[in-house]
Each structure stands twice: as structure tokens, then as C-alpha cells.
Design a protein around this ligand. Structure first.
Ligand code: UT7
Length: 377
């Protein structure tokens, strides 16, 4: 009996045109280009003027054109993200409408920065078991809208972006051939965005406003450990050696984290795809955008073996081995665009800042126990 695999046959991204530089950030935060560059490797990031669902749909339409698949034939849409338009209905259903993918099941996956890769693993498993024949998997993030722009610890790190892939059933050994998914939940409190969920009343935040708990050095250590261990496990599981990895496409939260993970995996930096300088950390969109750019730059050859490690709030972590197929060029190209932004990135950020509640910061000090987990029993 032949096995079914889930080949990646389409890919596409949509990046917001408005650029926010380190200099822009230093106009309203006590920070500077030198600190941001040496600590993170980041120079600039993007700020979107359109909604997360629009970004996701644009990326998905491009990926479908690349695969030569009609939206009406899509079986499953996976929306990997921490950026929702509303609590209900989910965002994948909105993308279904915008794409015109009437036959598609629609689900959101939120594991923070690993959402795209968790979604890719889940959709692959659904194709491999015959539940669906194809899927569109999206990684999208509109962090600029819920960033706490008064907090220099986090505000300099993140950016907006979107990318998607199309998966199709095949008998050839392609696509995700191994995944290791995990969660270092003891580190949950090191990265938390207050002000969104049902617990907001106890979180010292006006609902819809946000306050980020963020212990950078702890996350850094746990991220390197989680991604390195997951990579070692998935490589052993797939019988892939460091030398056999043609390209590592990692989550891009910090250049120094990437260097640590690559070193542990034995993959030289020449074989690591980097976008962190230009886009910062786009959470769930990071890995798929880097994958699309690697293809656009001709860095993925037919039959290549890819390693994809990531981590995010939770602290979720994962690493995937992907075997690329024969085709590394798109079947079709779609490059229609939204109307351009009428404001600069800095002007958009300043508008969001003006709406943020100045009172919650003082309240937050009184609410310190929210860092502790609420336990039953
Ligand atoms: O995708 C998941 C997202 N999570 C992450 O990406 C977190 C991973 N962690 C990191 O990438 C790093 O820990 C950071 C880049 C966040 C911080 O780098 P670090 O080398 O760990 O610095 P630090 O947090 O230990 O801070 C060093 C100093 C502190 O000042 P003092 O206490 O030494 O006087 C900070 O207050 O740098 C200060 N600082 C800043 N200075 C200028 C923190 N943020 C900034 C800033 N500009 N933006």
C-alpha cells in the first residue's frame, strides 16, 4: 500500500509596505538603533494598514495561484495566528468568505509564534489520514494593533506580515516528513498579553487594551533549549544528519537565538534563512514569510531537506523536517495589491498609541499577583 504525503505545492506572502525603523521607535521610546541592532539583529519591521483577515486572504490567494488550485476546491483553511478580528466567529471563516472557498472547513490555530507550524503539522496529518485532500495553511500577524507601545522591552521586537502555503495529497515522499511539537508550560508567565481574554477583569487592563508581561532573558534561554531539543529529536526521528539539512528556516525572534539554535543543530549560518533584520518578529507569520522568500531567492532546490524550528508564548516549541518536491517555481503569479497606505508606519503607530489607555499602567503595579497562575485545588 502506498502512503499518502502532503506536498507543499503553493506559497505566497503579503507584506505591508509601511516600514517602521529603529529610528522611528526612538522618537517615542527610550531606545536606540545601536541597542536594538546589537541585542536582536533587527533594523526595521512592517506595520499593516489593512486587517489581519485581508492580509491572510491576500497571502492565501497568492499561494493558491502558485499551486494552480481554485479556491472552490479547497478542503481546509487553517488560520495560524494570535491576531483575531473578534472572539467569535473565527478568522478562518472570514478568510473562507473572502477567498470564495465555499467547500472548505475553517479552523484557527493559536499557539502564538508556532501557530503556522502547528497548523502545518495538523493539516499534514489530516491529509495523510485521508480526512481532507488539500489545505491552505496561513501564518498571519497584526501585532501592531495590540502592541503595548509604551513598553520598550517588547515594542521594538515585533512586526506585521502574512504568508500561506497550499498542501496537496501525493504518493511521493514530500512535505512535512517529521514534526516534534511541545510546550514548556512552566514558562507560561514569561510571555503573556493581558487584556484580550475572559480573564481580563482580573488583569488590571481595560478590555481591548493590552499590557505585556515579558521576561526576555528567560524566554531567550527556554527558546534556545526548546528549539534545539526539538530539532535534535526530529532529525533523529527522520534519520537526517546536520550535513543533510540544506536550509534551516527558523522562527526569527532574535538573531542571537537563531545563532544558538543553528550551532546546536550543527547547521552553519550560510544555510540559515534570515529575515529578522528587515521584518523583526512577525510571530506566526515569520516562518512562512521566510520560506516564501527562500523560494523567491532560489535558495531551495528540488528535493531539498529543510529544518524549521520555532517557539512562542506558552511556551510552545516545535521543529519540523520538510522534504521539498520537484517544483520550486510558481505555476501562476498573482500580484494584485491593496490601495497603498495613506499614512507612514510611524503615523499609524502614533494613532494606536493615542488610543491606548494611560491608566492601566499604574493599575498594573497594584495587580502584580496576576503573574501567578490561578490553580484549582
Ligand atoms: O517569539 C517570542 C518572543 N520572545 C522573544 O523574542 C524574547 C527572547 N528574548 C530576547 O530576544 C532578549 O532577551 C531581548 C532582546 C528581549 C532582550 O535582550 P537581553 O540581552 O536579554 O537584554 P535584557 O532584557 O537583559 O536587558 C538589558 C538592558 C536592561 O537595562 P538594565 O537593567 O541593564 O539597565 C533593559 O532595561 O537593556 C534594557 N532594555 C533596553 N534598552 C534600550 C530593554 N529593552 C530596551 C530597549 N532599548 N528597547
Amino acid at each position: 500500500m502506498t502512503s499518502t504525503y502532503a506536498a507543499i505545492t503553493g506559497w505566497g506572502k503579503w507584506m505591508p509596505p509601511a516600514v517602521l525603523t529603529n529610528e522611528d521607535l526612538s522618537t517615542f521610546l527610550d531606545t536606540n538603533d545601536e541597542w536594538i541592532t546589537t541585542r536582536t539583529g533587527m533594523k526595521e519591521r512592517r506595520v499593516s494598514h489593512v486587517s489581519a483577515m485581508d492580509m491572510a486572504t491576500a497571502a492565501a490567494r497568492r499561494a493558491l495561484a502558485c499551486a494552480g488550485v481554485d479556491a472552490g476546491d479547497v478542503d481546509l483553511i487553517v488560520y495560524g495566528s494570535t491576531s483575531y478580528e473578534e472572539q467569535a466567529p473565527n478568522s478562518a471563516s472570514g478568510v473562507q468568505v473572502l477567498l470564495g472557498a465555499k467547500q472548505a472547513a475553517a479552523m484557527d490555530v493559536n499557539t502564538a509564534c508556532t501557530s503556522f507550524l502547528y497548523g502545518l503539522s495538523s493539516a499534514t496529518a489530516m491529509i495523510r489520514t485521508g480526512m481532507v485532500r488539500n489545505a491552505v495553511v496561513i501564518g498571519v500577524e497584526l501585532v501592531s494593533r495590540y502592541m503595548d507601545w509604551s513598553n520598550r522591552n517588547v515594542a521594538v521586537l515585533f512586526g506585521d506580515g502574512a504568508a500561506a502555503v497550499v498542501l496537496q495529497a501525493t504518493d511521493r515522499e514530500e512535505g512535512v516528513v517529521g514534526s516534534v511539537l511541545g510546550c514548556d508550560a512552566e514558562g507560561r508567565a514569561t510571555l503573556r498579553i493581558r487584556g484580550f481574554g475572559c480573564g481580563y477583569a482580573n488583569q488590571g487592563v481595560t478590555y481591548g487594551d493590552t499590557l505585556w508581561d515579558f521576561d526576555g532573558p528567560q524566554i531567550f534561554k527556554r527558546a534556545v533549549r526548546g528549539m534545539s531539543e526539538a530539532s535534535a529529536k526530529v532529525m533523529a526521528k527522520c534519520g537526517v544528519t546536520s550535513e543533510q539539512v540544506d536550509l534551516c528556516v527558523p522562527h526569527q525572534a532574535n538573531l542571537r537565538i537563531i545563532e544558538g539554535v543553528a550551532k546546536y543543530a550543527g547547521v552553519p549560518m550560510e544555510k540559515v534563512m534570515l529575515t529578522v533584520q528587515r521584518y523583526g518578529n512577525m510571530s506566526a507569520a515569520t516562518v512562512p514569510v521566510a520560506l516564501v522568500e527562500a523560494l523567491e531567492e532560489g535558495r531551495i532546490r528540488p528535493g531539498a531537506t529543510l529544518l524549521m524550528p520555532a517557539f512562542g508564548a506558552g511556551l510552545t516549541f516545535c521543529s519540523l523536517v520538510v522534504k521539498w518536491g520537484e517544483r520550486v517555481t510558481p505555476l501562476g503569479v498573482l500580484d494584485d495589491e491593496f490601495a497603498p497606505p495613506v499614512k507612514t508606519a510611524l503615523e499609524m503607530v502614533n494613532e494606536i498609541r493615542a488610543r491606548q489607555d494611560p491608566h492601566h499602567r499604574s493599575l498594573a503595579g497594584l495587580m502584580a499577583p496576576v503573574f501567578a497562575e490561578t490553580r484549582i485545588g
